[in-house]
Design a protein around this ligand. Structure first.
Ligand SMILES: [Zn+2]
Ligand SMILES: [Zn+2]
Length: 139
């Protein structure tokens, strides 16, 4: 969240650092300093929650933003699902027709739809998914 001003005078809250010191700190340094002090790195005011870098109210806020973003994302994908599928399919066939790797667009192995690198990745992925399927069945 870059909207938090760097020059926030945190000295009264923390009591160990002067305003000028806060001013010259980079965001990363500031965060490291705050988390070391056990202070929320977001608001720089309240104490951070246990095992977290944020205070409880900032954690709550982040959770709300995160959930909202996730919901937005899901909605977007749902509304554009068919469109995306069509684009992907089109791209797939266009590349395949040209003898290019359908994943990355580089030259594919002859008689294959993928290049060496993507084929390997694809095979490992598939094997992993297969393993997952199997382990799901066994429970
Ligand atoms: Zn906070
Ligand atoms: Zn490729």
């Amino acid at each position: 969240m870059s909207s938090i001003p760097m020059a926030r005078p945190m000295c009264e809250d923390i009591g160990r650092i002067s305003v000028s010191e806060v001013l010259i700190m980079t965001k990363k340094e500031r965060n490291a300093f705050l988390s070391e002090m056990g202070v929320c790195t977001h608001c720089g005011k309240r104490m951070a929650a246990k095992d977290h870098k944020l205070c409880l109210s900032c954690l709550d806020m982040h959770k709300i933003i995160y959930e909202q973003r996730k919901a937005d994302c899901k909605l977007w994908y749902q509304t554009h699902k068919e469109e995306m599928k069509a684009i992907r399919k089109e791209k797939y066939h266009a590349r395949k027709d040209k003898g290019l790797c359908v994943t990355c667009g580089k030259k594919a192995i002859e008689g294959m739809v993928r290049c060496e690198k993507c084929r390997r990745i694809y095979n490992t992925e598939r094997r992993r998914n297969y393993g997952r399927e199997r382990s799901r069945q066994s429970c």
